[in-house]
Structure formats: C-alpha cells, structure tokens
Design a protein around this ligand. Structure first.
Ligand SMILES: C[S@@+](CC[C@H](N)C(=O)[O-])C[C@H]1O[C@@H](n2cnc3c(N)ncnc32)[C@H](O)[C@@H]1O
Length: 243
C-alpha cells in the first residue's frame, strides 16, 4: 500500500510521459506504482550519491524520470523525514533495444538524460558509478549474460555498484506467475518473447561471485505475486557473499 507521499512521487514521475501518449503515461503510472523496486531504491538508500548511471535495457527510462521527480519533490521540501535525501545524478545514460521505448523516453525526459537505441550485448558501455539492469538479462542467452556482466564489471568506476534485478527460477508458483505476466506485457508492447534464460537465485549469486563481484540479494517482490530479487553487487571482495 503506497503512502500519500509515494502516490505524489509516482504521479509526478509518470506525468512526464503524458507528452509521449496515453499508453506511455498509463504504463509509467502502473509500473512505478506497482513495482516495489522504485520506492525501495530511494527509501532504503540503495543508490550511491553523487553518481553517474548506466541503465541497461532501460525501456522508457522510468528510472530517470523517477529520480528526476524525487529531486524535484525533495527540492520543494516534500520529502519523508525518514528517507535519505535522493541521490545526486551527475549523468544518466540508458541503452534500449526497442526504438518505440527510446522515442518515448526522449520525448518525456530532458535531453541531458541520454537514451540511446542499442543492444546491451555489443553497445559500448563507457564508465559509470552505478549500473542498473532491471528485468533484462533473462531475455538474452546465458553466454551473452556472462559477457554483459563481465563488461559491466570492467565499466564500473572504483567503488561502483551494480543493481541487477532478477527472478528466482527456483521460486515456484510466484516465479511462474512472473513469466506469465512477462509474456502478457511483452505482447501488449507489440513484441515477441524469445526463449527466456532464467536461473535460480543461487545460480545468479554464483555467477556474479565467479565474475569477481561481492553480492547480496534483497527480496524485491513486496506487494506483487512474483519471486524477484535485487542483487546489489560491488566489484572486489568476492568472498563476502550473503543471500
Ligand atoms: C521488462 S523491460 C524492463 C525495462 C526497464 N529496465 C524497467 O525496469 O522499467 C525489459 C527491457 O529490456 C529491453 N531489452 C531486452 N533485451 C535487450 C538488449 N539485448 N539490449 C537492450 N535492451 C534490451 C527490452 O526491450 C525491454 O525494454
């Protein structure tokens, strides 16, 4: 159940998409309001500050709009006393495969928020303090997942963070529900779902650890019927894993 403040923040962040058409606006409202990851990132202080963000498979770049709205409400003094200040974003760059999402994001966001059409399997990543990958990697083959994660590790600046949201393939019915919703949303977006490459949470943790990340998993399905986890990973100290 969202608080009054959360509802204001959701409405403010989603309103930016009205210029991109009714679908983009309603999708933004539904996703920002229904997905616990957006509130958790701010309420629980999961984002470093200041930081430069690389958002891989960014869709409509809702994360950018969310953080922009947070900064605006905070500047107005409209901010919960028990939440940390929102992060200061020095740069945001999103990479997204679907031209329609890229167009919606560009329409909604100020030009300093860069959203590029590209494939995360081969796009140049540059350098970033924070890499965010929310619900994307399971769309690409296992070998490509590994290559992307290797390149993410190389692109992170010292002290950098990777936030990777994944479904737990060992999560039983909640995981199967998330697959069904994924298929429905993909169809509504006019796309087709290829073969999904999902893994149990333990395998995601092992993969990140093998690539030299220290990683912890935070359940990220509150208020939904899914089996999602946010993996918070830092290069180095690969022995410090905890589920
Ligand atoms: C479930 S959506 C999540 C969007 C966004 N991360 C969010 O949380 O709002 C997954 C996105 O990943 C994008 N995607 C899938 N494979 C990709 C690839 N190889 N390169 C870039 N984007 C990709 C899809 O087009 C889609 O927009």
């Amino acid at each position: 159940m969202s608080t009054d403040f959360e509802r204001r923040l959701i409405a403010h962040a989603a309103a930016r998409y009205k210029v991109a058409g009714p679908y983009a606006w309603h999708f933004a409202r539904g996703k920002l309001g229904g997905d616990p990851v957006f509130v958790a990132m701010l309420r629980d202080g999961l984002l470093p500050s200041p930081t430069t963000i690389l958002d891989l498979g960014c869709g409509e770049a809702l994360l950018a709009s969310w953080l922009l709205a947070a900064a605006e409400l905070h500047a107005r003094g409209d901010w919960p006393a028990d939440w940390p200040a929102p992060p200061r974003i020095e740069a945001y760059r999103g990479i997204e495969l679907q031209p329609r999402d890229v167009a919606r994001a560009r329409c909604a966001l100020p030009a300093v928020f860069r959203v590029e059409r590209g494939d995360i399997r081969d796009a140049a990543l540059g350098k970033a303090g924070l890499v965010v990958i929310l619900d994307v990697l399971h769309y690409i083959a296992l070998a490509d997942q590994r290559r992307v994660l290797e390149r993410v590790r190389a692109c992170l600046q010292p002290g950098g963070t990777l936030l990777l949201r994944v479904g737990d393939a060992a999560g039983g019915l909640p995981f199967r529900i998330s697959l069904a919703v994924d298929a429905l949303v993909t169809r509504l977006r006019g796309q087709s779902l290829g073969r999904l490459q999902c893994r149990p949470l333990s395998a995601w943790l092992a993969e990140l650890s093998a690539l030299g990340f220290a990683v912890r998993a935070v359940p990220m399905s509150a208020g939904t019927p899914f089996a999602n986890h946010l993996l918070i990973a830092h290069p180095g100290d690969p022995g410090r894993n905890a589920a």
